[in-house]
Design a protein around this ligand. Sequence first.
Ligand code: CA
Length: 226
Amino acid sequence: MNRLIAILEDELDIVELVSLHLKRAGFGVEGFQEAESFFKFLKKRIPDLIILDLMLPDADGLDICKYLRRKDEYLSIPVIILTAKGDETDKILGLELGADDYVTKPFSPRELVARVKAVLRRREQQKGSRVIEIGGIIKIDPEKYEVTVEGKKIELTTTEFKILQLLSSRKGWVFTRERILDYLWGEEKAVLDRTVDVHIRNLREKLGIAKGLIKNVRGIGYKLEE
Ligand code: CA
């Protein structure tokens, strides 16, 4: 089956041009010009990748990105952001909020197709490897519930392990405290945001020389960066 790419972009010319090139490359394509119809579609089908324009008439692309990363059902859909030329802040924020790549307008459709393929390829590779490696220092074995730092096993609590696993599921992405709490306790969470800070502090301490890989993003949350 063809892999399905969803495009959310208010300029019809761009939607058509990108669709044409993606279809030629063998992808299925669904185009949307506003967020509302896009979200209706998402409830019915999960695309293999989303191309997201940041400036939309009825929504902010960055908010959409943030929203997708909070929802378990959408969390793993790769996102490529389309951003206006020279808008560095948007690019950086987009990547921190969980986009996989960005393309600056005006862009060549061929380059965009190449980026789509690259992101999908990267995702496939990530799925294939069982043990997660971070910065060549930390190794996480999700099946054995085992973490090593430079080959030495460290003892983590279940909560600490889960936090580390969540952060490492998308390296470089920022996870808000809210998102971490959701992941740990779901709807039952009756704990404060601060609890996350305490667990992270303990986790960092146990990681020793690798503790610097977990970074605090002020006012937002935490991320794991190589
Ligand atoms: Ca636009």
